[in-house]
Design a protein around this ligand. Structure first.
Ligand SMILES: [Zn+2]
Ligand SMILES: [Zn+2]
Length: 281
């Protein structure tokens, strides 16, 4: 099982970090979790271009986690000789968002249909949406996926995924504060991927950009910080903690500072870094 951070950024644009997304490769499947800005580029860099994605799992419908879904859907269609529908699993509300996205893509579909006879004869631009809820389970090939509730309120519904294959497990928590349901999902996982922020650095942002102070304060209470993620990892017995979705963006040379916040709380393996950082189990 290989887990690659295909985007470690956040809603705040960064020159070097794509938006939130993570690639899980196991049991011959390429499973993408969330699809933030620039994900199609990072997938090429990871050696898994969009046509080779088996399924896309969406943790929640915040824009930074879904903004490039349309790019993946279109890219799969135009680069695959016999394009199959893009398979998407997401929380309740995903179908409505995809319907809107497909409406947005209507002119592009017509242009490409009109110009490319072979695209006209294919199945067309299609997305197969499965709305899932906490407690649901499904399979992607031989990989088993378990859906768990997370706590990113007032954003709701939000879900995390536990993927199990070949005797290994990885949990993709998405944006959430620590909660019992997340603990249950993480129990003894080999790898746990958590989106995090740094309240101490955001405090500095507030001082430098007072106009955004209230908005910056708002985001503190519905995300895990680095210490929270480390404590969840320790409490649930995971082997490797992967940190991503750095808010604010981790700058080169700051890795040790971020690690130092986690190591007092978790003695296992901790992985963080630039886009395309990976871990294997
Ligand atoms: Zn979010
Ligand atoms: Zn987010």
């Amino acid at each position: 099982m290989k887990v690659t951070l295909t985007g470690t950024g956040s809603p705040i644009p960064d020159a070097n970090r794509a938006g939130p997304s993570t690639l899980v490769q196991c049991a011959g499947q390429n499973i993408l979790i969330d699809c933030g800005r620039g994900v199609a580029m990072r997938l090429v860099a990871a050696g898994v271009p969009a046509p080779f994605i088996s399924a896309i799992l969406i943790t929640h419908l915040h824009s930074d986690h879904i903004t490039d879904l349309n790019d993946l859907v279109t890219t799969r269609w135009i680069l695959t000789p016999e394009a199959t529908p893009t398979v998407v699993y997401g929380p309740l509300g995903t179908q409505k968002v995809v319907d809107g996205m497909m409406a947005m893509l209507t002119p592009d579909q017509k242009y490409r249909h009109d110009h490319h006879a072979d695209l006209r004869s294919g199945p067309g631009l299609q997305v197969e949406v499965h709305e899932v809820q906490p407690g649901d389970e499904f399979k992607i090939g031989d990989a088993r996926v378990i859906v768990g509730r997370t706590d990113h309120r007032p954003v709701t519904p939000t879900i995390g995924f536990r993927i199990e294959a070949e005797g290994k497990s990885v949990v993709l928590a998405g944006d959430t504060v620590p909660c019992d349901e997340l603990d249950a999902l993480c129990k003894n996982a080999d790898i746990y991927v958590q989106t995090v922020l740094r309240p101490d650095l955001l405090e500095l942002v507030k001082q430098f950009v007072p106009a955004l102070a209230s908005r910056t304060t708002d985001i503190l209470d519905y995300h895990s910080n680095v210490e929270d993620a480390a404590k969840t990892a320790a409490r649930t017995g995971v082997k490797t903690l992967m940190l991503t979705h750095y808010v604010p963006a981790m700058q080169p040379g700051q890795e040790a500072d971020w690690l130092a916040l986690a190591t007092p709380h978790f003695s296992g393996n901790i992985v963080l870094g630039p886009d395309l950082t990976s871990a294997e189990s």
